[in-house]
Write a protein that binds this ligand. Structure first.
Ligand SMILES: Nc1ncnc2c1ncn2[C@@H]1O[C@H](COP(=O)(O)OP(=O)(O)OP(=O)(O)O)[C@@H](O)[C@H]1O
Ligand SMILES: [Mg+2]
Length: 394
């Protein structure tokens, strides 16, 4: 296997996700799924594999929704996907086509040319009828549809900014209604931004539009699977080493089980001239973490803080993350509070607790059994310290 960090990989090259994929198919039997996880952990790779190798009885349809900026664009995007899908398989009277014709669409050689819509176009109807057509067509063959939708929060954010918050809320509400009305339909919704950020940014929105969907957390790879991926890349890239097993273990550990970083490390090792050892991995890792070009895109963890928590909370969040990073052991809330009070960054215990909850939700920190905070990913902690010039407290 060749290193391909960030690229699309064949489903046969997806390592270590079989159990999770089985769990996903089992869950889909009952309900839709919202997939939540840190960025670059392999969400898109998982749903692409679901699409390439569906369980029998399921018809998956994958769409990346990133490019849609209005509810209408989204509805038409779904319509086109459904049309493409249905026209390959069967011809039947289609509600969505009829609707679009009645709105001024014209059919030329069997292909519907869409009318120029104005803002009032009934996107909800277009979306609903498209999905009704789809579900009905597959029910005839006892098959169920699962829509694999990537970058949903990103699209909602686009719609909220370009169109209105009300439109983004209406999209969420319509999708929920569709999940309820179309019994056989399932969705897997995911994306690189957390849903909670988008929903929180929609002022006055008190619905829970996703609480019918199972929240599935995608973990980093288990050590065995991470090692397997590392070993395949070491072999595939012909990386010279006296001890491939020890090298694979070092690589998997250095990458914290993130497949994206394993690919990156393998690529970097390949260009080193001498045989690779666990010590080389350590040196390469350090170079990559310090590289001003930020090949692992880690700066994102710092940049997004202002967007995620607002300018008013920026200093407090930085204080929290710095305070936890410099301590070798997990940190009790009161210890953190005392430090932040001392430095004048934050004095209110309730505010500290609510910010801690947010940074935990965004995978910066986690809690041990005593409720003390530590970094969720040691790699992130290491990068954070390097990038902010921090040193360990004794
Ligand atoms: N199971 C896997 N086996 C092998 N390589 C993987 C696997 N999962 C992910 N990768 C590698 O990691 C890269 C990033 O994965 P992917 O794009 O799926 O992550 P993501 O969670 O969707 O990221 P983002 O949050 O940025 O959307 C892929 O391009 C691929 O190189
Ligand atoms: Mg992705």
């Amino acid at each position: 296997m060749k290193a391909n960090p960030g690229g699309q990989i064949d489903s046969g090259e997806v390592v270590g996700r079989d159990e999770l994929i089985e769990q996903i198919w089992d869950t889909l039997d009952q309900q839709s799924i919202r997939m939540n996880a840190e960025r670059r952990i392999g969400k898109t790779t998982i749903i692409k594999k679901l699409c390439a190798e569906p369980r029998s009885g399921w018809v998956p349809i994958f769409q990346d929704l990133e490019k849609h900026h209005t509810a209408l664009e989204f509805a038409l995007g779904v319509y086109r996907e459904v049309e493409g899908f249905l026209s390959q398989r069967q011809r039947m009277a289609r509600r969505a086509q009829e609707l679009l014709k009645s709105l001024g669409g014209t059919e030329i050689k069997g292909i519907l040319k869409l009318p120029a819509f104005d803002k009032q176009a009934p996107w909800q109807d277009i979306l609903t009828k498209s999905l009704e057509d789809l579900v009905e067509a597959r029910e005839k063959d006892n098959e169920r549809i699962v829509l694999l939708w990537d970058e949903v929060p990103f699209m909602l954010d686009n719609i909220s900014k370009r169109e209105s918050q009300a439109s983004a809320m209406a999209v969420l509400d319509t999708l929920r209604a569709l999940r309820q009305e179309l019994g056989g339909l399932r969705m897997i919704l995911t994306g690189s931004i957390g849903f909670h950020h988008v929903i929180r940014s929609l002022n006055d929105y008190t619905n829970s539009p996703l609480n019918d969907a199972f929240p599935l957390e995608v973990p980093a790879m288990a050590p065995g699977a991470a090692c397997e991926l590392a070993a395949k890349l070491i072999a595939g890239e012909n990386i010279a080493t006296d001890n491939p097993q020890a090298l694979a273990e070092a690589l998997a550990q250095a990458a914290d089980g993130f497949p994206f970083y394993i690919h990156h490390l393998a690529k970097a090792l390949k260009s080193a001239k001498k045989p690779a050892t666990p010590e080389t991995v350590e040196a390469v890792l350090n170079r990559q973490l310090l590289d001003a070009n930020d090949p692992w895109e880690l700066h994102h963890y710092r940049k997004r803080i202002t967007d995620y928590y607002g300018k008013d909370n920026e200093q407090a969040v930085l204080g929290i993350l710095d305070g936890v990073a410099v301590r070798p052991k997990p940190v009790p809330v009161n210890e953190l509070l005392a430090e932040l009070k001392n430095t004048g960054v934050l004095a209110d215990r309730e505010r500290l607790i609510s910010l801690l909850r947010l940074v935990e939700q965004d995978h910066y920190l986690a809690r041990d059994s005593q409720g003390h905070y530590h970094y969720r990913f040691p790699l992130l902690k290491r990068w954070w310290m390097l990038s902010r010039g921090l040193e360990n407290h004794e």
